[in-house]
Design a protein around this ligand. Structure first.
Ligand SMILES: O=C(CO)[C@H](O)[C@H](O)COP(=O)(O)O
Length: 226
């Protein structure tokens, strides 16, 4: 079974978590893209979506699925469905490999439940092998990189085609490698408190409620106490 087969299997399983007649939050990345394609099959059963990136909004619209601005939604969102770069046994995650971490965290915070969809390679004992993304205001990236290095990692400015990668919000990303994240909630607070940081891609204070994990033996359902 290929990794794409596993992603497709969890995307299909996630459709069962979509409530009828509601607006749902939709994540970003290759696994989320499989989910969007599956969601298209049941689009008449939902009221619409809120997208965590411009790319996701474009894909949803290309399927004829309605996309709302978060500012126009006044109720809580019942579910947010998204992938992860790593997920721990307690539901804490590293996200932002696709650069959409800030909008992902905003929509996750507006949602009652976070359903993580991932292939089994994403499940780890300790977060940190995947470089931790941090979205930063451009004028502060050198300053923040020094502060992040002092935490014991090595922060590198994310590049695309030889130039700084620019997020949907007009900011840059530092990827921190070499971290072993023993206390994700504490590290999330420390990094979020640095002036110039927009968001750290640690989702620990608001982690996943459920993880649908794709494996060759089928989709495993991990539930986390929240
Ligand atoms: O956080 C994300 C994007 O910002 C993605 O959820 C994460 O990178 C996983 O992506 P994929 O499903 O392609 O492995």
């Amino acid at each position: 079974m290929s990794q794409d087969d596993l992603k497709l299997s969890v995307a299909r399983a996630a459709v069962n978590y979509v409530p009828e007649g509601k607006i749902i939050g939709v994540g970003t990345g290759s696994t989320a893209n499989f989910f969007i394609d599956e969601l298209a099959r049941i689009k008449d059963r939902i009221a619409g979506t809120v997208a965590s990136s411009k790319a996701t909004a474009e894909r949803l619209v290309s399927h004829g699925i309605r996309v709302f601005d978060l500012n126009d939604i006044h109720d809580s969102i019942p579910v947010y469905i998204d992938g992860a770069d790593e997920i721990s046994g307690t539901g804490a995650m590293i996200k932002g490999g696709g650069g959409a971490l800030t909008r992902e965290k905003i929509i996750a915070s507006a949602s009652d439940r976070f359903i993580c969809i991932a292939d089994e390679s994403k499940l780890v004992t300790t977060l940190g092998k995947f470089p931790l993304p941090v979205e930063v205001i451009p004028m502060a990236h050198e300053l923040i990189a020094r502060k992040l290095d002092a935490l014991g990692g090595q922060a590198r400015l994310r590049l695309k085609d030889g130039k700084p990668f620019i997020t949907d919000n007009g900011n840059v990303i530092l990827d921190i490698s070499g971290l072993q994240i023993a206390r994700p909630e504490e590290l999330e607070r420390i990094i979020n408190n640095m002036a110039g940081v927009v968001t750290v891609g640690l989702f620990a204070q608001r982690g996943a409620n459920v993880c649908l994990l794709g494996s060759p033996d089928g989709v495993k359902v991990l539930e986390f106490d929240k």
